[in-house]
Write a protein that binds this ligand. Structure first.
Ligand code: NI
Length: 213
């Protein structure tokens, strides 16, 4: 083999490695974007008017409910799924902690947990799950289409992700925001577990409820 041929082969080999590296970086980047998608910034950038409380779902007692059933109360709405290993239990525990700080004013609040995994989260599963967090917490489920429509109205992102180690081999990636909706069902604000203490969040919401903000 001539030395020029060796150089040529080496160039081709380097070229191939270069392509492999670029491909790996691109794939890694796409994966990273997918992962940070779960921690996306608050959806207010989409436009507050775009976020609507609109749904027709089944509550954890098996009754058909819509947003109209919650009008007149401040709604705290969170989307997730009962098999969630981290974000959902942490956020729902945080919501429960906030609710416990409302005192009697808790009657003016409707905390709502909407599943993004309706095939597993039946009303019975939801009933058992919400009970472990707070007696006021309402669990909502429905058909895949009904859940998709509710998530769309709230501008909530979710996506099924295959994960061998997870129960049934999948997880649901989902955005982790708590929506605060007014008694008229209008968007008021979004919160995230961990951004502020439960005391601060409860005080903030109480101030809005009592017209001080
Ligand atoms: Ni979750």
């Amino acid at each position: 083999m001539t030395s020029s041929k060796t150089t040529q082969l080496r160039r081709i080999r380097y070229g191939l490695w270069f392509l492999v590296t670029i491909a790996a970086l691109a794939l890694g980047g796409a994966y990273f974007v997918r992962m940070i998608g779960v921690r996306e910034p608050p959806p207010v950038a989409v436009g507050e008017a775009a976020i609507r409380s609109e749904f027709s779902l089944i509550d954890h007692n098996g009754n058909r409910v819509t947003e109209a059933d919650f009008l007149g109360r401040w709604q705290l709405v969170f989307f997730g799924f009962t098999h969630c290993p981290d974000v959902c239990p942490t956020t729902l525990a945080y919501m429960a902690n906030v609710l416990d700080r409302f005192g009697e004013e808790v009657e003016r609040v409707a905390p709502i947990f909407i599943t993004v995994d309706p095939s597993r989260d039946t009303p019975e599963v939801m009933a058992e799950y919400v009970r472990t967090f707070h007696p006021k917490l309402v669990g909502l489920t429905g058909s895949e289409a009904e859940v998709a429509a509710a998530a769309q109205a709230f501008r909530v992102y979710y996506e099924r992700m295959e994960e061998e180690a997870a129960p049934d081999g999948y997880l649901m990636a989902h955005s982790g925001h708590i929506y605060l909706m007014t008694p008229e069902g209008r968007f008021e604000d979004v919160f995230r577990e961990g951004d502020r203490s439960a005391e601060e969040m409860a005080a903030d919401i109480l101030a809005r409820m009592n017209g001080k903000q």
